[in-house]
Write a protein that binds this ligand. Structure first.
Ligand code: GTP
Length: 181
């Protein structure tokens, strides 16, 4: 057996208040979901080990920083971006304003750390039926191209759809950035 190689990577999850950042991390780390909304004050921090079957000798830990999305917390966020190796940008498929904010989020992040591997996420897919969806998949794909992101996913933190894929893709992107794969 070849020797284990350990990596720790910092990932920040950003997007408007209430889009589901905390819920996506909770689904990924604990396979759980809570219906009640508890606004993040400042930041939440979680860690999770990632298993990549194709790299069995890699021991990868993600440090996940889920940052408060409300406007009045913008002054506390910039220091948290320092050292981040990847960014997950989240909007709510049923709220156009949260999609429109993506450019501001990119600017806020890149002012501090420049361009990093990133993923675009349209969340709350379970609510996005014909009557409630405000952003189409093609808009998400276009935003992905515009923001130079690695991938675009439509997710549901409630049902767990595509949640693993976000974290898998960003991990692979970061490993590539560091010439580990
Ligand atoms: P801030 O802390 O304000 O930045 O919000 P946040 O982006 O962390 O949102 P949070 O995860 O707290 O979710 C806000 C609300 O949306 C909560 O009531 C969640 O239960 C709900 N929610 C999050 N994701 C989903 C989803 O995929 N589907 C549904 N139906 N509800 C969701």
């Amino acid at each position: 057996m070849s020797e284990k190689k350990s990596f720790i990577y910092k990932i920040c999850i950003v997007g408007d208040g209430g889009v589901g950042k905390t819920s996506l991390v909770l689904r990924y780390c604990e396979d759980a979901f809570k219906d009640n909304y508890i606004m993040t004050i400042g930041s939440n921090f979680s860690t999770k080990s990632v298993v990549l079957p194709e790299y069995p000798n890699y021991d990868i830990k993600l440090q996940l920083w889920d940052l408060a999305g409300q406007k009045h917390f913008s002054f506390v966020r910039p220091p948290f971006y320092r050292g981040a190796t990847g960014i997950i940008y989240v909007y709510d498929l049923t709220r156009r304003s949260s999609f429109a904010s993506m450019a501001n989020w990119k600017e806020e992040v890149e002012k501090v750390i420049g361009l990093k591997s990133s993923i675009i996420v349209g969340n709350k897919l379970d609510l996005a039926d014909d009557n409630h969806r405000e952003i189409g998949a093609q808009d998400g794909e276009a935003l992905k191209a515009e923001m130079n992101a690695l991938s675009y996913y439509e997710t549901s933190a409630k049902d767990g759809i595509n949640v693993e894929s976000i974290f898998r893709d960003i991990t692979l992107g970061i490993l590539k950035d560091f010439n580990k794969i």
